[in-house]
Design a protein around this ligand. Structure first.
Ligand code: FAD
Length: 299
C-alpha cells in the first residue's frame, strides 16, 4: 500500500478517535493503529444520503448496555479490510433536526449482522470501495465516540481536516503524473525529435507544472493555517476544490501526451487518470465545495 493511502487510512479514523473518543478507547485502539494491526475506515454516506450527508437513516438505538444498529452504508473506502474498525455515523435521535440526532460509533467490521461487499469501481482499487449492510448489530455502549447526538460536530471537524489531507494526496499523485509526462515527452520521438520539442506539448507541460505549483501553495498554506489552529473551513474547501480539479486537468493532459501508450496498462498514467476522476466527487463534490465557499463568503 502506498504512503498516501496509508496516511489517508490513518487520517480518516484515527484522528477522530484521538480528538473525541474516551481515554479507554484511545489507549486500546490507537497503539494498534500505529503498529498497523488495526485499520480504520469512515462510513457516513448511504444510498439515500450523499451530498446531503446529515439526512442519513442508519439507526442506532440503546438496549441496556448496548447499542443495536440497523441500516446501510455505501462507498466506504477500505471497510472490507481484515482487522478493520469502522467509524460509523448513525441516527440516535430521529425526533430532532437532522444534524442534531447523529452519533459516531467505532464498529469492528466482523461483528454478527454485518455484511460487507466490495464494489466494482473505476479507480483507487488498491483501497477498495464497499457497501455495508447492518442488521441488528449489537455494539457495547463504550464504543460510542464522544457524546451521544454530538456526531455531526465531530464529522464537521473531521471533514475540514480530510479536505486538507485529500488535497495533499491529490497533489502528490498529480505531481507524479506530470513527472511521468515530462519524462515520456523527452524520450518519445516523432518527426525525428522528442515530442517535448513541439511547442504544443511543451506548453501543455508548462501549464501542468504551473497547476501543480499553484496546488502546492494552496495546500501548504491551508495545512499551515490548520496547524496554527486558525479558522480554515473556507481555505480547506478551496484547497480540496482547486487541487482535485487540477488533478483531473493534469491527468487528462498527461493521457494526451502519452498518446496510445497512455491508453495501455503498461504506463501508470491511466491509473492516475482513473483515480483523479474520483477526486472531484469523494470527500464532498466540487459543487458542494463551491457552495460551502459561497456560504463562507456570506453569499
Ligand atoms: C471513490 C470514493 C470513495 C469514497 N469514500 C467514502 C468513505 O470512505 N466514506 C464515506 O462516508 N463516503 C465515501 N464516499 C462517498 C462520497 O463522499 C459521496 O460519493 C459524495 O459525497 C457524493 O455523494 P453521492 O455520490 O451520493 O452524490 P449525490 O449527492 O447524489 O450528487 C450527485 C450530483 O449532484 C450534485 N449535487 C448534490 N447536491 C447538490 C447541491 N446542493 N448543489 C449542487 N449540486 C449538488 C453533486 O455535486 C453531484 O454532481 C466515497 C465516494 C467515492 C466515489
Amino acid at each position: 500500500m502506498d504512503f498516501a493511502t496509508r496516511l489517508a487510512l490513518i487520517g480518516w479514523g484515527a484522528m477522530i478517535l484521538a480528538d473525541f473518543a474516551s481515554e479507554e478507547i484511545k489507549a486500546e485502539i490507537l497503539p494498534k493503529v500505529v503498529k498497523g494491526d488495526t485499520k480504520l475506515s469512515f462510513s457516513l454516506t448511504e444510498p439515500g444520503s450523499g451530498s446531503d450527508a446529515a439526512s442519513l437513516q442508519t439507526r442506532a438505538r440503546r438496549d441496556g448496555d448496548d447499542y443495536v444498529i440497523t441500516g446501510q452504508k455505501l462507498y466506504s473506502s477500505g471497510a472490507h479490510a481484515p482487522n478493520n474498525m469502522i467509524v460509523l455515523a448513525a441516527r440516535t435521535n430521529p425526533d430532532v433536526k437532522k444534524h442534531a440526532g447523529i452519533s459516531l460509533f467505532l464498529v469492528p467490521n466482523d461483528l454478527p449482522g454485518i455484511t460487507i461487499n466490495r464494489l466494482d469501481v473505476v479507480g483507487r482499487r488498491i483501497l477498495g470501495l464497499c457497501e455495508i449492510f447492518l442488521d441488528e448489530v449489537r455494539l457495547p455502549k463504550r464504543m460510542l465516540i464522544g457524546e451521544e447526538n454530538s456526531g455531526w460536530s465531530y464529522i464537521n471537524k473531521h471533514l475540514e481536516r480530510e479536505r486538507i489531507l485529500l488535497a495533499a494526496n491529490y497533489l502528490g499523485n498529480a505531481r507524479a503524473a506530470v513527472d511521468d509526462a515530462i519524462r515520456y515527452a523527452g524520450e518519445r520521438k516523432q518527426f525525428g525529435k522528442p515530442i517535448a520539442e513541439f511547442q504544443a506539448i511543451a506548453h501543455m507541460l508548462s501549464d501542468m507544472s504551473t497547476d501543480v505549483e499553484a496546488a502546492r501553495w494552496i495546500t501548504a498554506s491551508t495545512a499551515w493555517r490548520y496547524d496554527q489552529g486558525m479558522p480554515c473551513v473556507k481555505q480547506a474547501c478551496m484547497a480540496k476544490l482547486f487541487v482535485s480539479e487540477m488533478f483531473v486537468r493534469v491527468t487528462t493532459q498527461g493521457m494526451q501526451i502519452l498518446g496510445g501508450a497512455g491508453y495501455t496498462h503498461d504506463h501508470d498514467m491511466q491509473r492516475y487518470w482513473r483515480d483523479a476522476r474520483n477526486a472531484t466527487i469523494g470527500g464532498g463534490t466540487s459543487q458542494i465545495q463551491r457552495s460551502l465557499i459561497a456560504r463562507e463568503l456570506g453569499l
